[in-house]
Design a protein around this ligand. Sequence first.
Ligand SMILES: [Zn+2]
Length: 285
Amino acid sequence: MHKKRTSRRKSVRIRNFLRQQFVTLYYHPYCAVCDRPVQPPLPSPFVCRDCLSVLPFRMEREQLSWDHPWRLFATFYYRDPLRKMIVSMKFSERIDRAEAIAPFMYKTMVRHKIDVDAVIPVPLHEKRLSERGYNQAALLADVIAREAGISVVDQVLFRDIYTDRQSESLTVEERHRHLADAFKLNNKSPVISELCGRKVLLVDDVLTTGATLSAAAKPLDEAGLHVVCMVASSDKDKYRGYREILNDWTTLPQESHSARQRQMMRDTMGRLFYVGWQGCRTFGS
Ligand SMILES: [Zn+2]
């Protein structure tokens, strides 16, 4: 009996060893950031050690404040090399980038003890989806859900309003107004009543003004779901170093500079006039 168990363990060990050798021999992983082939084991899925050290993690600034009632988290700052990864994921069909980015979003979930029952990607409008062929938020949501062992719910929320490139350059207020009722729920879906009163993670790739994400959260919240928002990246509450602040000061627009000079001149004239008037009152009498 004992002998039998020992030989079974031995064969499992041999099998695992052979599998590992096979993987090493035939599977050549590459880094999803720099595209160079790397030797396994990788420190993180699809990201080599060099690139891992330059990814712009938000670290202790993962929880963001905004003007909406839902908790909001972002894993990265929106700057290179992550910005390039997201741009290529969106526009150059590098859908494999989601496999590199989303596991870190899952780690944000774990760090902040975000316990949810389902993941919902922020949907694209039908027209944009057919142009692009895929939804980058859904790619991220798939990986997060897989890591967390929960399901993705992608047939309940729809984007009703198409946003063209021009409307993306609107101001913050205009964008909020434009997108206020951009998303609708498929109320016929039984999934909505199943998720009522439960926590869901609403996922998107980038947060800029927050107009899209908050507009998508609204109908879910109204249907009784407890929404937690998460994006891969955002430059909100960005840490600004001394050099960046100094740069802002030295590149002030010309008008505001001359406006300040005019104001200083007015102040000086006012003070001179006051001193003169005081002098006249004292010595004139
Ligand atoms: Zn790399």
